[in-house]
Design a protein around this ligand. Structure first.
Ligand code: DGJ
Length: 732
């Protein structure tokens, strides 16, 4: 079948605004600077997916077709056309018909500021039911966002049983996937495996957070075992904070079929006539520069396309009180901590859990969530005094909240027990502290309450510059007292739509307050919430050795200024491991640097080294936080070291990190070749965060050509246990 058309786009008269133009029926080429996605959209036929990969031009469309002998597949398969295929959409129509048969109705394109939006309307052959598929291609970023909008004008509700955001195909071959898998304290571990026949399903059923175990993102390496800097890679990220399913099906066909969307197994959606159901975005990228190349595309998109709030701003260096005092917050300790972090050169202090509660005071983790008033016994002079102390010390002030949750031991629960999610006739299933519940964020009154928590804090204390927004409980009680009977199946969806509404209100009023997404650590590192948050807490596990693995995995999809990384105490509170302070600093410095310990318990050496780390970090933080990441030697490859680096866009400055992962006599570790430099430039090396009392390493002060650094490589100054180094490279 030769169902493509060649030639120039024909704009013909339409009733659409001037910024729209109806494109021609035929081939639809969606392109970014270096990638293209090719669809065949012939009016009255089903939409076909032909290709996603290296960029092609309009006049080369026929070459793809000729080279592949017309290999293409239905782009958005539906149940029933035919019934024996995997599908992206399943709808039960108002008359009970389970089948849907969509064909192309029209193609529209809209020019946006930095992107081109293509919308393809598919209509059912027999029912007033339609799906609009969107493809947004960025003009200066290699990212395509795709999603669907489902609507109808049937006489009654249509039941959506599956509603994927997108579907695409990858030619079978030696295709491998890398995805992030873990647990509390071990988030974002990289799991790598070949795509073999059968169905591989990555899903989440937590209900409220979705990245503790598996992330809604996958990398596909098309040329065999994944390499950090070589080979073709397709990256996919589902921008959703709730339950999801990513299905990868390999049957007796030539292709792997990838389906991604909200998990519909537990969330069928009753769609009223004229209501529009919009699925979350699925972001797709392609790179010929290995996993690191695909990551750089995600980072650029996150920072510049608004997928990370204030994504292109550098972040402050902070001290968080949690591991320093836990719930034992009081005015004296907070004030002392502020003085200490200011003296070390820090810029922000964040008071964590433990500051609130009146009738029920937050002295243990089993009460007070919901009662967002200051505990006057702990803080007799209120937040006002803390904010003043911060100002006196020349630093900013931040605060912890967990506004989606409530304890049964709270004034809020006494007043509004119906605001907690609950199943009728069932006993409540509690979480943390034996009393914690989740509020019904589907309910607009609850949304107003949560917005009010933030609004009250920020109107009363406009000096608050940072909020740590925690979420320590899954959705355990399935039932909403607000939603009607026929919408109880919407809870997993409406919860997250409610959360989005709250965040949109907060962001409209408070665009500049930095907000961290925390969820018992890294449970909310997803592009569903990141458009409203500046950063996420990578993990509650602050052990520097294990952090190298978690930060490595997180960086597959998230830029470094979104990754909160803190220097903590030794022995580490989660693993008990004793790691030298320089190594702890060097690991935290590779992302958004902070501290999380009690400064008054630091040794002289720890204080001196951390002060040095903060000082040096300030001189290079722009390159680290906003630069281009090259992962060089993976800790997962077990070569005894891990190494990564950042460069600025002009290739004038770079920051290099290396860590010794284990230590043996006669251990041969790799000589490391750097990346992303200009081969024709010469770079002068300066060692940063030199170990207190030591002389800088042998590389310090030397100059090397970019070519030598990249093609020949450097030996690492990593002698001994837990050795590490941070080098600044400056073009001369
Ligand atoms: C879980 C978070 O991940 C921790 O950092 C801390 O904020 C606690 N919650 C406080 O309860």
């Amino acid at each position: 079948m030769r169902n493509y058309m060649m030639g120039a786009a024909v704009a013909f008269c339409s009733l659409l605004p001037a910024s729209h133009s109806l494109a021609w029926s035929g081939s639809v080429l969606v392109s970014t600077p270096n990638t293209s996605l090719l669809l065949h959209a012939n009016e009255g036929e089903d939409l076909r997916f032909a290709f996603f990969g290296d960029r092609i031009e309009e006049n080369q469309i026929h070459q793809i077709h000729d080279a592949w002998d017309g290999l293409n597949r239905t782009a958005y398969p539906t149940f029933g056309s035919p019934a024996n295929q995997l599908f992206a959409l399943q709808a039960v129509h108002a008359d009970g018909n389970w089948t849907t048969d969509l064909t192309v109705d029209q193609v529209e394109t809209t020019e946006e500021d930095n992107a081109k939006l293509t919308a393809i309307t598919l209509k059912d052959k027999a029912y007033p039911f339609q799906v609009k598929l969107y493809y947004r291609a960025y003009k200066d970023i290699d990212m395509i966002e795709t999603w669907s909008e489902i609507s109808h004008t049937e006489k009654k509700t249509v039941v959506l049983k599956r509603f994927d955001s997108g579907h695409f195909m990858i030619r079978r071959g030696d295709v491998w996937i890398s995805h992030l898998h873990g647990s509390w304290g071990d988030e974002a571990g990289v799991t790598t495996e070949p795509l073999t026949p059968g169905i591989k399903l990555i899903e989440n059923v937590d209900g409220a957070r979705n990245t503790h175990i598996d992330h809604p993102e996958v990398m596909f390496s098309l040329d065999g075992k994944p390499q950090e800097n070589e080979g073709r890679v397709i990256g996919a990220a589902l921008c959703w904070s709730g339950n999801y399913a990513i299905r990868m099906a390999t049957d007796n066909n030539f292709v792997h079929r990838i389906f991604a969307g909200i998990d519909s197994e537990t969330a069928e959606y009753n769609l009223a006539p004229k209501e529009v159901f919009a699925t979350p975005k699925l972001a797709l990228t392609y790179s010929q520069e290995g996993l690191s190349g695909a990551s750089r595309n995600f980072h650029r998109w996150a920072r510049h396309a608004g997928m990370l709030h204030n994504g292109n701003r550098v972040r402050d260096i902070l001290l968080n009180s949690w591991e320093g005092v836990y719930l034992d917050v009081d005015e004296e300790k907070m004030s002392q901590m502020m003085e200490d972090i200011a003296a070390m050169g820090g810029e922000l202090f964040v008071m964590d859990d433990g500051w609130f509660g009146d009738k029920y005071r937050r002295v243990q983790d089993n009460s007070s969530l919901g009662d967002w008033v200051v505990d006057k016994k702990k803080l007799p002079n209120g937040l006002e005094n803390l904010v003043r102390t911060a100002q006196k010390n020349g630093i900013k002030f931040g605060i912890w909240i967990e506004p989606e949750a409530v304890n049964s031991k709270s004034e809020l629960f006494e007043k509004h027990p119906e605001w907690a999610l609950q199943a009728p006739g069932r006993s409540l299933i509690y979480g943390r502290g034996g009393t914690q519940l989740l509020l019904d964020v589907c309910n607009p009154e609850v949304q107003d309450f949560i917005f009010g928590v933030v609004d009250n804090l920020l109107t009363r204390h406009p000096q608050i510059a940072y909020i740590k927004w925690d979420a320590n409980i899954e959705l355990r009680n399935y039932g909403s007292t607000y939603l009607p009977r026929d919408k109880q199946s919407h809870i997993y969806i409406d919860y997250h739509r409610g959360l989005e509404k709250i965040m949109q209100r907060i962001r409209a009023k408070y665009p500049d307050v930095v907000i961290q997404a925390c969820a018992s650590g890294g449970g909310r590192a997803n592009y569903g919430v990141m458009p409203y948050f500046e950063e996420f807490w990578v993990s509650d596990n602050t052990d520097a050795l294990q952090r190298i693995y978690m930060q490595w995995g997180s960086s597959y999809f998230y830029p470094s200024n979104a990754m909160a990384q803190h220097i903590s105490a030794a022995p580490n509170h989660q693993t008990g491991r004793v790691i030298p302070i320089k190594f702890r600093c060097d690991v935290a410095m590779s992302g958004r640097l902070g501290l999380e310990l009690q400064p008054s318990k630091m040794t002289e050496e720890e204080r001196a080294q951390s002060t040095q780390a903060i000082k040096d970090y300030k001189t290079v933080r722009e390159v680290i936080q906003l630069g281009n990441l090259y992962r060089l030697v993976s800790p997962y490859d077990r070569k005894g070291i891990a190494s990564l680096m950042y460069t600025d866009d002009a290739k004038g400055k770079a920051v290099f990190f290396a860590y010794k992962m284990d230590n043996f006599v006669n251990q041969v570790v790799p000589r490391v070749c750097l990346r992303g430099l200009d081969p024709l430039k010469n770079y002068r090396v300066r060692e940063l965060n030199v170990k207190t009392g030591n002389r800088p390493c042998f590389l310090d002060g030397k100059t090397f050509s970019g070519r030598l650094l990249m093609n020949t490589g450097i030996e690492l100054p990593l002698g001994g246990d837990y050795a590490s180094c941070v080098l600044e490279l400056t073009a001369e």
